[in-house]
Design a protein around this ligand. Structure first.
Ligand code: FAD
Ligand code: SF4
Ligand code: SF4
Length: 463
């Protein structure tokens, strides 16, 4: 008999006013008993609507059936058949818009907690088995991967499993892309990302860190060195600013820089050596997941007051509902329908105030979205010493500007054939945020997978 409870088995969380002072994980993993109880809510639907909602087609009812039977190892084998980073996706996938959105249990009550179950299985495996893969026999064909985010890691892993000699070139000193420099430790512990990188190394993938492709070496030079194909998974790390007065004052950061200093350079540890202002009052501008992460990090870094400024209302916020709720619980002060117009500085050139204007939402336009309009004369000032801009990012132009024949659209995203992820240059493939602009981890992984398959077909034909 299935468990017909209308609600998910809850996950335990750290208390909000305790967790907003530490970087430990906010949400605890299910216990085996909780996982079995939740798995019993799945009806094992014949037409599997949940699977259609998963970008990498995890065989959801099959793995959940194994969880319900207590066979967690078999559940892991099913998930990892199509999902290379289940420890990551189980934590950060926007499940509510993907697999869980299609779950029939969601029609009357809450959907099955597919993400939490996936995380449980992946964590269980990491703790109890974690068998390192064995390096397959080499076919002697060299492939280069640019960038070690989820797109690059997935592509490299799939190609290495097929016997290719894969080298990953990463600009930073640590592999993982946004998984290590963007998403904070309290949502995705870095040890988990490292364990995935270790598996890649066990497969024989050569990781070349501190190499900026396009500057240290170009893609054409890589091809001259004998790489027969290249996958570009360089992400979308170029931050946008508002273009308002005062953005060059000391104490104004892009969310990317702020989060990189906190997460990758470990500014939250006492022995860190990255310069980061010890802020008292912070304004974060934006309404997406990146803004939530920046605000929650600023609070944990010791700020007494953190404002979250967004020019629309809460309903229109692109951030995941769970992240918004977590941020509110953690004492982030939401200032909605409000937009900065100027940042003011003191005599030392440091941020001292932010001038904002109130906004009003207009009637929905053709796309159904209500655009915000300034309310004349509603300007007001807030005293702040730090401003963090979380307004979105776009791909860095370095690779396309140093690789002749590589075309990009007007947003700077590389143009690819969607079935193969082949770019406009033969032998060069691309995927993830470099192609879509800022998107999600699981979509980047899906693109890396598709590209690996296409590269294999291309090179098999050529050799
Ligand atoms: P990235 O992860 O950006 O990796 C690209 C890598 O390429 C980087 O390591 C970069 O250093 C390297 N690189 C760039 N240029 C070069 C070069 N010229 N030479 C060598 N290396 C280079 N998604 C979710 O699904 N859930 C979330 O909760 C979520 N939260 C997010 C929070 C933040 C703060 C941010 C910034 C993003 C978040 N995202 C989230 C989005 C998600 O992380 C990205 O969509 C995903 O990481 C894209 O993967 P990628 O492999 O394409 O690129
Ligand atoms: Fe759901 Fe993401 Fe797992 Fe797919 S990978 S089943 S979308 S949590
Ligand atoms: Fe189980 Fe929901 Fe998928 Fe049905 S739709 S198989 S109940 S997870």
């Amino acid at each position: 008999m299935p468990n017909m409870s209308l609600t998910k088995v809850p996950s335990e969380e750290q208390e909000p006013l305790v967790r907003n002072k530490n970087f430990l994980e906010v949400t605890m993993c299910y216990t085996p008993e909780q996982a079995v109880e939740e798995a019993r809510r799945c009806l094992n639907c014949k037409n599997k609507p949940c699977v259609d909602g998963c970008p990498v087609n995890v065989r959801i009812p099959e793995f959940i059936e194994k969880v319900a039977a207590g066979d967690f190892k078999a559940a892991y084998e099913i998930i990892s058949d199509t999902n290379a980073l289940p420890c990551v996706s189980g934590r950060v996938c926007p499940q509510e818009n993907q697999c869980e959105e299609r779950c029939v249990r969601g029609i009357k009550g809450e959907s099955v907690a597919i993400g939490r179950l996936e995380r449980f299985v992946a964590d269980w495996y990491l703790k109890n088995c974690n068998v390192m893969p064995v390096k397959p026999e080499s076919n002697g064909i060299k492939v280069a991967v640019v960038g070690s985010g989820p797109a690059g890691l997935t592509c490299a892993s799939d190609l290495a499993k097929r016997g290719y000699e894969v080298t990953v070139f990463e600009a930073f000193h640590t592999a993982g892309g946004v998984l290590v420099y963007g998403i904070p430790e309290f949502r995705l512990p870095k040890a988990i990302v490292q364990s995935e990188v270790d598996k890649l190394k066990a497969l024989g993938v050569d990781l070349q860190l501190d190499v900026v492709v396009g500057r240290t070496i170009t893609i054409d030079e890589l091809m001259d060195e004998g790489y027969k194909a290249v996958f570009v998974g360089s992400g979308a790390g170029l931050p946008m600013f508002m273009g308002i007065e005062g953005e060059s004052l000391a104490g104004v950061y892009s969310a990317n820089e702020y989060l990189t200093r906190v997460n990758l350079m470990k500014a939250y540890l006492d022995d860190h050596d990255t310069p980061l202002k010890r802020s008292r009052t912070v304004a974060v501008v934006g309404g997406g997941n990146v803004a939530m992460d920046a605000a929650r990090c600023a609070k944990r870094m010791g700020a007494e007051k953190v404002y979250l400024m967004y020019r629309r209302d809460e309903e229109e916020m692109p951030a995941r509902r769970e992240e918004v709720n977590h941020a509110k619980e953690e004492d982030i002060d939401f200032r909605l329908l409000c937009n900065p117009v100027r940042i003011l500085g003191n005599e030392k050139g440091q941020v001292s105030q932010i001038e904002c204007v109130r906004m009003r939402l207009q009637a929905p336009d053709e796309s159904g979205r209500r655009s915000p309009k300034e309310v004349p004369g509603s300007n007001f000032f807030l005293n702040v010493d730090t401003v963090i801009m979380a307004l979105g990012t776009s791909p860095n132009p370095l690779i396309r500007s140093t690789t002749p024949g590589l075309e990009a659209n007007r947003k700077g995203c590389l143009v690819v054939d969607e079935d193969t992820m082949r770019t406009t240059r033969e032998g060069i493939y691309a995927g993830g945020d470099a192609v879509t602009g800022a998107a999600t981890v699981i979509l980047a992984m899906g693109a890396g997978k598709t590209a690996a398959q296409a590269i294999d077909e291309y090179l098999s034909e050529k050799n």
